[in-house]
Every structure is written in structure tokens, then in C-alpha cells.
Design a protein around this ligand. Structure first.
Ligand SMILES: Cc1cc2nc3c(=O)[nH]c(=O)nc-3n(C[C@H](O)[C@H](O)[C@H](O)COP(=O)(O)OP(=O)(O)OC[C@H]3O[C@@H](n4cnc5c(N)ncnc54)[C@H](O)[C@@H]3O)c2cc1C
Length: 459
């Protein structure tokens, strides 16, 4: 049967939308969040439900098509889309059901975190996720998931209770602590290597109002602030999260005009408690190095989650580099300052996310996510709207990374990486790699799911 005939048959059994080159929505649907990525799949299957996912997997198998899995489309390396293959687009599988009694949340694989935050907030609950609400639940969760609530409640995967999945042969399974526990272990950090998750069941926590927002300092204060911060964040109560950033000040409110586009450093706080307690905890830094500007106030948790979305609309050019760190030495701080001073565009940034507290209390072999012994996950992103600046932002991110990498712990958060090859993936999973490769061999022996940070089947 010709591919065209197979596509005609596939359309007949598929409930969602099937797009081919030339179809009106094709070009819009192949775009992903990172504007640097420009790939042309043979087919895009926008699945309406699990039955469509099973049909799409079987169709790709029968016709030898590579498959990419698209959740929110935010992946750094644009792994939600592929050239010449089939994009299994989950965005229409978009539902959230909160069980306030059990404090669990069932989430369809096409949801973004804004969908989850909106639904859970009505019940005074939240699921630990990242710092940007437009990110997809699928990719973020399967890679680990770090954000404002990590110190207190762990990574997103530490709050995952069960998944529904479609495997490489098109069959459906449930994976959790009791059913297919090896698969459940692997998907908690192993990414999209093992199958297509069609729904996630999470534990939620009582988080409603938080005291949150950024404090900014001039670069002259950055060394002192970083030295203070490295001590503070390893001792602070776990209700207090603060990620450190090198950043360009956005050119709009609430930032005062005289700071617009200035390169500064900052800490974005999120405290689960009263404003009086928060102010007492933050008094030392306000006295030691008073911020040049701050926007720190009580707010609903979803407001914090959505705070940075307007700064980073879809379609910008992004180049990513990442590492994990156990410490922040004086020598490393010097390097940070050197590269901060060369920030190429105001949207480019470096973040140090604390991944200590509860994250460190999970064993490194308890889930696929192995780096449980570090304090920070660093991401360096060169970002700009103008494609002609792609070289400049890439060079800056690479050179920043090259200078900081020798201070790192070895691997990096796989969700903050471009396509960097097998050595980097092995370095990221360390001692867990061999077990992941064996589970891959069991559930996906032909490496059908390979458009990802790929773990090759053992043997
Ligand atoms: C602006 C921005 C901010 C970010 N902030 C954070 C943050 O604070 N914390 C954090 O942890 N991460 C953060 N990330 C990284 C984010 O976790 C990754 O980009 C993640 O891949 C996004 O998930 P997605 O579903 O949108 O990705 P997509 O591009 O849709 O998918 C990426 C890959 O994930 C896998 N995948 C996705 N869904 C499924 C599924 N249902 N079943 C199987 N495999 C699947 C596939 O391998 C796919 O190729 C951020 C990214 C961006 C762009």
C-alpha cells in the first residue's frame, strides 16, 4: 500500500485532525515554542483521545515513519516535531480533574501547567511544576520538573502517582507503584523514551496564596548577593524558594523606566507562609545589600506561575546550555560575573534553580532522575526575537557554559538541553543509565521512540 493510501485509511479511523503539507493549518501546527526549530513532518496527527494515540502509533509502525511526541511544544531542542515523520500531537487531550478529598489531580497529556494551576487553585491546591505556566505538563514531568515548590515538595515526578501509556506496539498500559513498576520508575526522569503518556495522576498540596516576586540588584552587588545566597538557600526553611538569575530588565511595568533593559542580577522568591514571616526571613539581605528594585507581595500561586509568560512569547530564538552544581565557589562567581556583563540581549538569562530540600531526600536510584545530591540546576539561555541574532546568543551561551562547566557536577537537567549526544545523556543518568537501557529494551526494543534525549535499548 502506498503512503498516500495509508494516510487515507488512517484519516478514516482517526477522530482528531490529520494534517499534511499543503493543509491550511499545517504550517501553524508544525511550529514549536523555540523559533530556531523549523522541521517539516510528513504528517501531524492531533489526537482526540487514547484511541487516536494507539491508531497513530500503529500507523507509524506499519509505514516506517519516525514519531515525535508533542505535549506543550516547549522542548528546548524542539523534540516535539520531526522532519519527514509523524507528529503525535496530544494538545487536544486537555482535561483536568481535581479530587479535593484525596488531593489528587488527573491531567490529560495535552495540558499546559496554566490549565492545571487554574483547576487546582479553585480547591486551594497546587502540583509542583516549573516557573512558566505555558510549559507543557508532558515533557516537563517526564524529564523531572523543577520550580517554585521543589524545595518543599520535591520534583514534579516526586508527586506523580500513576500514568496511562501507549507503548511502541500500540498497546495500552498503566504504570504506577503496583502495576509495571519498572516502567513507572523509568518515566520519572527518563523522558519520552518508553511510550506515550496519555494521562498523569498527581498528588497535590495545600498551596493557595504565596508571598512572591523578584528582587533586583545592580551587577556591582552581584558577587556579594551570590555569596550571601549560596549560604542562605542551603539553610532557609523549605517553605522559602528563591532562584538566582542574571537577567535584562523587561522594558515595561512594574519595572521603573530607568532600569529598563539594564543587565542586573535577581532572586525570584516564593514563600509559602505569611508576609510577616517572609519579611523576617528576607530581612538580612534587605539590610546587607538593599535591592535596587523589588516586587515582592502576597499573590495567588497561579499569578506567580504566569508572571514571566508575557516576557517569553512563543516563537523567540532560544539556545540552551545546562549543568548541575553542588557548590558555588568564589571562582565560579567570578566567571558568572564575567559572562553576565556580556549578556547579548535582554531576554537572554542564566538561572540557578535550587534543587535541594525535599528533592535531595529522594534516593538517586529511587527514580530515573539521578542527580539527587546537588544544590542547583543551572540553565543558560541565549534568547532573542531576531533570527539574525541566533549566532550571537548561541556563542554567548556556549562560552558561558564552557567556563562554568568545570565547576559542575557532571550532568545536566535533560529538559534544559539541546541535542548534545549520547555522552551527555549518559552523564545525566549516571548509574541509572544501564537500568534505563534495560527497561527500554523491554518496552521499546526497536527504539521506535527515538526523537527525544535518546536512551538506546540495551544489547
Ligand atoms: C520558557 C520555558 C521555561 C521552562 N521552565 C522550566 C521550569 O521552570 N522547570 C522545568 O522543569 N522545566 C522548564 N522548562 C523545560 C521544560 O520542562 C521542557 O521544555 C519540556 O520538554 C516541555 O514540555 P512540553 O510538553 O511543552 O514539550 P514538548 O516539546 O511538547 O515535548 C518534548 C518531549 O517530551 C516528551 N513528551 C512530551 N509529552 C509526552 C507524553 N505525553 N508522553 C511521552 N513523551 C512526552 C517527548 O519526548 C517530546 O519530544 C522550560 C521550558 C521553557 C521553554
Amino acid at each position: 500500500m502506498s503512503l498516500q493510501q495509508a494516510i487515507t485509511d488512517f484519516r478514516g479511523q482517526f477522530r482528531g485532525v490529520v494534517l499534511e503539507p499543503g493543509d491550511a493549518q499545517y504550517d501553524e501546527s508544525r511550529k514549536v515554542y523555540n523559533g530556531m526549530i523549523d522541521r517539516r513532518p510528513a504528517l501531524i496527527a492531533k489526537c482526540a483521545g487514547v484511541a487516536d494515540v494507539m491508531a497513530a502509533v500503529r500507523m507509524a509502525h506499519a509505514n516506517g515513519l519516525a514519531v515525535s511526541i508533542r505535549g506543550g511544544g516547549h522542548n528546548a531542542a524542539g523534540l516535539g516535531v520531526c522532519d519527514d515523520g509523524l507528529v503525535i500531537d496530544l494538545s487536544a487531550i486537555n482535561y483536568v480533574r481535581v479530587d479535593p478529598t484525596e488531593r489528587t489531580v488527573l491531567v490529560g497529556a495535552g495540558c499546559k501547567w496554566s490549565d492545571v494551576d487554574h483547576a487546582t487553585h479553585a480547591f486551594g491546591l497546587a502540583v509542583p511544576s516549573g516557573i512558566i505556566a505555558s510549559t507543557g505538563v508532558g515533557g516537563l514531568t517526564l524529564g523531572g520538573g523543577m520550580g517554585h515548590l521543589s524545595r518543599k515538595y520535591g520534583l514534579t515526578i516526586d508527586n506523580l502517582l500513576s500514568v496511562d501509556m501507549v507503548l511502541a506496539d500500540g498497546s495500552f498500559v498503566v504504570a504506577n507503584a503496583d502495576e509495571n513498576p519498572d516502567l513507572f520508575w523509568a518515566v520519572r526522569g527518563g523522558g519520552g523514551n518508553f511510550g506515550i503518556v496519555t494521562s498523569f495522576l498527581f498528588e497535590a498540596h495545600p498551596v493557595s496564596m504565596v508571598c512572591a516576586g523578584p528582587m533586583l540588584w545592580n551587577l556591582e552587588d552581584a558577587a556579594d548577593v551570590m555569596k550571601w545566597y549560596r549560604e542562605f538557600i542551603t539553610q532557609a526553611p523549605e517553605e522559602m524558594n528563591g532562584f538566582f538569575a542574571v537577567l535584562g530588565v523587561p522594558p515595561g511595568p512594574p519595572f521603573p523606566e530607568e532600569l529598563h533593559l539594564r543587565t542586573m542580577c535577581g532572586i525570584v522568591w516564593c514563600y509559602q507562609g505569611s508576609i510577616e514571616q517572609a519579611n523576617a526571613i528576607l530581612e538580612p539581605i534587605r539590610c546587607y545589600r538593599p535591592p535596587a528594585f523589588e516586587f515582592f507581595a502576597p499573590m495567588p500561586f497561579p499569578m506567580l506561575q504566569g508572571m514571566f509568560d508575557p516576557i517569553y512569547p512563543s516563537g523567540l530564538q532560544w539556545y540552551w546550555k545546562a549543568d548541575f552544581f553542588k557548590e558555588l565557589s568564589d571562582a565560579a562567581i567570578e566567571k558568572h560575573l564575567e559572562h553576565a556583563a556580556k549578556l547579548p540581549t535582554w531576554q537572554s538569562t542564566m538561572h540557578l534553580y535550587p534543587v535541594n530540600g525535599k528533592v535531595n531526600r529522594v534516593g538517586e536510584a529511587d527514580t530515573a532522575f539521578s542527580y539527587r545530591d546537588v544544590v542547583w540546576s543551572e540553565v543558560i539561555v541565549g534568547v532573542d526575537a531576531d533570527p539574525s541574532n541566533a549566532g550571537r546568543i548561541t556563542d554567548w551561551a556556549r562560552s558561558y557554559y564552557n567556563d562554568l562547566h568545570p565547576f559542575g557536577a557532571g550532568g545536566a537537567y535533560m529538559n534544559f538541553m539541546m541535542e548534545e549526544g549520547e555522552d551527555r545523556i549518559r552523564a545525566t543518568y549516571r548509574g541509572n543509565y544501564a537500568r534505563l537501557a534495560a527497561i527500554k529494551a523491554k518496552y521499546d526494543p526497536t527504539n521506535f521512540f527515538h526523537v527525544n534525549q535518546n536512551i538506546k535499548p540495551a544489547g
